[in-house]
Design a protein around this ligand. Structure first.
Ligand SMILES: Cc1cc2nc3c(=O)[nH]c(=O)nc-3n(C[C@H](O)[C@H](O)[C@H](O)COP(=O)(O)OP(=O)(O)OC[C@H]3O[C@@H](n4cnc5c(N)ncnc54)[C@H](O)[C@@H]3O)c2cc1C
Length: 427
């Protein structure tokens, strides 16, 4: 079904209309620095700031403009989660599983504290999340996950029947879990805040500068070759997430980039907005190819997801998401969309984030769609660890397996996507 597009509809990111990124003054690339950071999203900016706070000279190179990456175009859901509860993680990874769970909780607290103490004006609100079971199997799984969180002191609540009606204006779902520790922010404003902090800390920022190769020049030196020149540095940190390219093939083999798309409606009548999400929760369903949606600070619905794992266009994705949004919320019939956009998330084989070093190059990647609070925290923690100031985050202890048949991914990814869709359709 073609989406109803308003007269001012554009294929552009809603958040970009309301975020003033600080100007980054173009300068020649220096020959030397203590540290080179590659990638100017949340992880790279946070790491660069941390290296600079420790007195290092830092050069950050970003292939595109600073205001264009995933960190400025996501759903803005600040979610401390690893797709499984603490008990389930413990069963899979032993004591490490509990530390992984504690790490994402710490990342959430760290992000909230950062926004408050650095006064980052990004419309942050502790909204809570409503996680919705899409079928019978998922209902049992959500009940088990809620019990798991409760047994470990989590602030969650199972909601069913009439109680669920007070959480969401949809007949589509029968069971949900309210997770208190979740918030919503305006992602491009949050990114602009991190960028400002880098400028204040003296990080040398270079946008439109793509790192092409990293040459090992002995125990204390790397040469980072970019399309604007070469910088020699003692340490290199890669924060390229889903856009891992040929720069470090070993990393590229371990990350699967997958598209995710969002549509944003026109500004809704306040009554209609309340009928969708009376408590302004961050809404997420349990499908493999999941939907995530929310009210925006200016009163629209932003509805995200993807139809399959195939490559698609923003226009096709918008049509699919619009139809899906009406299936969930028929009260939005006749409401037009103003914006549609997409980006890429980084999947890993075990669906967990990973960090560590490949050779002598540090990295953090694999947000698996949930990196707003995790990736800046991970960047900061990795910087501390690379400087020997603190222990590395527990994600470095996970085995980071290559994606099987990585070179043939374009053949088998659509097949996996079709299998996911089939499973998601089960009642
Ligand atoms: C549509 C969408 C919705 C999402 N919704 C949510 C959400 O609601 N909640 C949530 O928690 N997460 C969400 N995410 C995920 C979240 O956006 C990411 O986890 C987070 O932004 C990752 O930050 P990062 O710094 O690791 O990577 P990015 O922000 O992807 O930054 C990596 C940067 O590296 C640069 N780069 C790559 N290669 C090179 C090179 N060779 N040289 C120089 N630079 C290079 C890229 O240009 C890019 O800017 C969403 C993502 C998308 C795409």
């Amino acid at each position: 079904m073609p989406a109803l597009r308003s007269e001012c509809f554009t294929e552009s990111v809603l958040w970009h209309c309301d975020a003033e990124a600080p100007a980054v003054v173009a300068a020649p690339l220096p020959d030397r620095a203590d540290v080179v950071v590659v990638g100017g999203g949340y992880a790279g900016l946070a790491a660069a700031r941390r290296f600079a706070e420790h007195g290092r000279s830092v050069v950050l190179v970003e292939a595109q403009a600073f205001s264009t990456g995933a960190s400025t175009r996501n759903g803005g859901m600040v979610i401390p989660e690893l797709k499984a509860g603490p008990g389930a993680l413990e069963r899979s990874y032993g004591e490490l599983g509990l530390r992984l769970h504690a790490a994402v909780e710490e990342a959430f607290d760290w992000t909230e504290a950062l926004i408050a103490t650095a006064a980052i004006d990004c419309h942050y609100q502790r909204t809570g999340q409503l996680f919705l079971a899409h079928n019978e199997v998922a209902r049992r799984a959500v009940r088990a996950t809620a019990a798991d969180h409760l047994a470990h002191g989590g602030e969650v609540r199972l909601v069913e029947g009439d109680e669920l009606r007070q959480e969401i204006g949809s007949d589509r779902y029968r069971t949900g879990m309210v997770i208190a520790r979740t918030g919503g922010l305006q992602p491009a404003r949050f990114h602009a805040g991190l960028l400002r902090r880098c400028i204040a800390a003296g990080v040398q920022l270079h946008e439109h500068t793509r790192a092409l190769s990293i040459d090992d020049e002995g125990p204390a030196a790397h040469a980072v070759v970019t399309d604007r020149g070469t910088v020699r540095a003692h340490q290199v940190f890669l924060a390229t997430n889903a856009t891992a390219d040929g720069l470090l093939p070993a990393l590229q083999r371990r990350v699967l980039p997958v598209g995710s798309f969002i549509i944003a409606t026109e500004v809704l009548d306040p009554e209609l907005a309340r009928s969708i999400s009376p408590r302004h929760r961050m809404l997420v369903d349990s499908k493999n190819l999941l939907f995530y949606w929310r009210l925006t600070p200016d009163g629209r619905v932003a509805f995200g997801g993807r139809r399959s794992l195939r490559t698609t266009t923003v226009a096709e994705a918008a049509d699919f998401l619009y139809e899906s949004m009406l299936e969930v919320h028929p009260q939005l019939q006749g409401v037009a969309i103003d914006h549609a956009w997409g980006g890429e998330v980084a999947l890993t084989v075990d669906r967990l984030p990973h960090a560590g070093s490949l050779g002598r190059i540090g990295y953090a990647t694999g947000c698996n769609g949930s990196g707003v609070s995790l990736m800046p925290w991970l960047g900061t923690r990795m910087a501390d660890a690379m400087l020997g100031e603190a222990a590395a985050p527990p994600f470095v202890e996970l085995r980071h397996r290559p994606v099987p048949l990585s070179r043939l991914r374009r053949f088998w990814i659509p097949i996996v996507g079709s299998w996911f869709r089939l499973q998601d359709r089960r009642r």
